[in-house]
Ligand binder design. Structure first.
Ligand code: ZN
Length: 501
């Protein structure tokens, strides 16, 4: 069989898997948006079947034979096809180590845990969620054991979300961030400057909040013919295909921040999904590089762009023109300061840029202990509260604002949280590199010309899909290996100026 014939056969197998995965993704999106509550058990059964089928197709010996034949072809393949073979092997090598029964059990446990977590959070009652969390931790620990030869099963889970990430690389990174951010946070707290959030806390009807969010998303280049925006309890982005990218949002009537920054964040994810290479759709090369890189796209737009003065110079006039009243007479500088208030708080998704990574450090530390067996499910809420007090000086009044606040553990997604911090760090590094090439933000962002940045991101990140591993992609895009320095420089300069440090 020639390499061309093998490649064709492999692509057609991958397309089948991709179609089933797309159906599962659409059903998961539906579960979070429109599915009636009584559909939970039925949906769990469907997702279990679909996940199992995807797994079966990938581990089939036929796919293994095709990959072995292609690996033997070596340099006869061009660079893109070699990358394709490398990435499919990565996925398949992981899949063959995990028994199909375990894959099915996990899919079902996840689908059942999510509604239990929602109820537990609403009722501020950890006991409702604890049995589900115990099941998920046991299943994921079993999976990590199957995946890993090392004594650190957590590494196997980290590697799923961020290829190449490990405790050995993340420990010093989080240590550095905590060491640098804690004194900065203390200095902000001691500063006589207080940023007033009143200018952004104005009443705007939900429909107007949605429309304004979409104005910004469209200016970023998010294509609404290839995407949509629906209400949901938790903002997220699901890419079914680059022509079908779904964002969700939520709002608070008297504060524009949750809706606006939420929509911009998800639109950043959405732009990435819409910019993935269509000619590789249905293969790993048509997928996002990693969750860390994905998060860099959302956080770059949400924070470095939309929490800047040039952004508000461009968009405040549009806001007051379209929705006269609440923001009349506001100055861009007032809004800029209002959206950058630093204040230790209990909830990660509402955290400012300085405390956000400390929220992630807390979760990273707890996950390591959960996976190593050093921390049990029953002791988790107290450990959460203690750590919160150590890092941010606050103690949650109840578990709803503590250990129950995030959806991730209800999806069994241990190892996911660190990618948020990696995303923040990549975002600052990418924005530095972008500005060096496209010019200072005053020259394009202040004029509302956001697609100048979109074009740069398309070229450096989006179009490559999974062609390069994350660290390599960042190095190619910025000229440097991933580093926390650009983020720390940005944080010191921005908040040093805002708080007159
Ligand atoms: Zn995100």
């Amino acid at each position: 069989m020639s390499p061309e014939v093998r490649l064709r056969a492999l692509r057609s197998k991958l397309a089948e898997i991709h179609h089933l995965a797309a159906a599962a993704a659409l059903m998961a999106w539906d579960q979070e948006t429109y599915m009636p509550t009584a559909g939970i058990a039925g949906r769990a059964a469907v997702l279990k079947t679909l996940s199992g089928l995807c797994h079966d197709l990938l581990v089939a010996p036929e796919v293994g034979d095709l990959l072995a034949g292609l690996a033997a072809a070596g340099d006869q393949l061009d660079a893109a096809d070699q990358a394709l073979v490398r990435e499919v092997r990565r996925d398949r090598d992981r899949a063959v180590r995990v028994p199909g029964d375990l894959v099915r059990a996990l899919a079902e446990a996840r689908a059942l845990a999510q509604p239990a977590w929602q109820r537990a959070r609403r009722e501020r009652c950890y006991a409702i969620f604890a049995p589900h969390l115990r099941t998920l931790l046991a299943l994921r620990t079993e999976e990590a054991g199957a995946l890993s030869d090392s004594s650190r099963p957590y590494d196997a889970l980290l590697d799923e979300f961020e290829p190449g990430a490990s405790q050995a690389s993340l420990d010093p990174l989080f240590e550095r961030l905590v060491d640098e951010l804690t004194p900065l946070l203390r200095a902000v707290g001691a500063s006589p400057v207080h940023l007033d959030t009143a200018p952004i806390r104005r009443c705007l009807p939900p429909e107007a909040q949605r429309e304004f969010g979409l104005v910004v998303a469209a200016a970023m280049g998010f294509d609404l013919e290839a995407g949509r925006l629906d209400p949901a309890a938790h903002p997220f982005c699901t890419g079914i295909h680059s022509g079908d990218v779904r964002l969700t949002w939520r709002h608070q009537e008297d504060d524009l921040r949750p809706a606006l920054f939420g929509i911009i964040h998800e639109a950043g994810h959405g732009l990435y999904e819409q910019g993935l290479p269509r000619d590789h759709a249905g293969t790993p090369l048509g997928e996002a590089c990693s969750l860390g890189v994905h998060e860099s796209q959302s956080r770059l737009w949400e924070n470095l762009v939309a929490r800047s003065l040039p952004f508000w110079t461009a968009f405040l006039p549009r806001l007051t023109r379209a929705y006269p009243g609440p923001f009349d007479g506001s100055a861009a500088g007032e809004i800029f300061r209002a959206v950058n208030e630093v204040r230790p708080s209990l909830i990660r998704v509402e955290a400012d840029e300085l405390t956000y990574n400390l929220h992630v450090a807390l979760r990273y530390g707890l996950e390591k202990e959960l996976l190593s067996g050093g921390l049990g499910i029953d002791d988790l809420p107290a450990a959460w509260n203690d750590r919160m007090e150590e890092l941010l000086g606050l103690r949650p009044p109840h578990d709803g604002d503590g250990v129950l606040q995030d959806i991730h553990w209800s999806m069994g997604a241990f190892g996911y949280f660190p990618t948020y911090t990696l995303g923040n760090l990549y975002a600052a590094q990418l924005y530095d590199a972008a500005l060096a090439e496209i010019g200072p933000a005053e020259e394009w962002l202040a004029k509302g010309e956001l697609t100048v940045l979109t074009t740069w991101l398309r070229d450096r990140i989006h179009r490559h899909g999974r062609r390069y591993p994350p660290a390599e992609l960042i190095r190619l895009a910025t000229g440097n290996a991933p580093s926390p320095e650009p983020f720390l420089r940005y944080a010191r300069a921005k908040f040093g100026a805002l708080y007159a440090l």
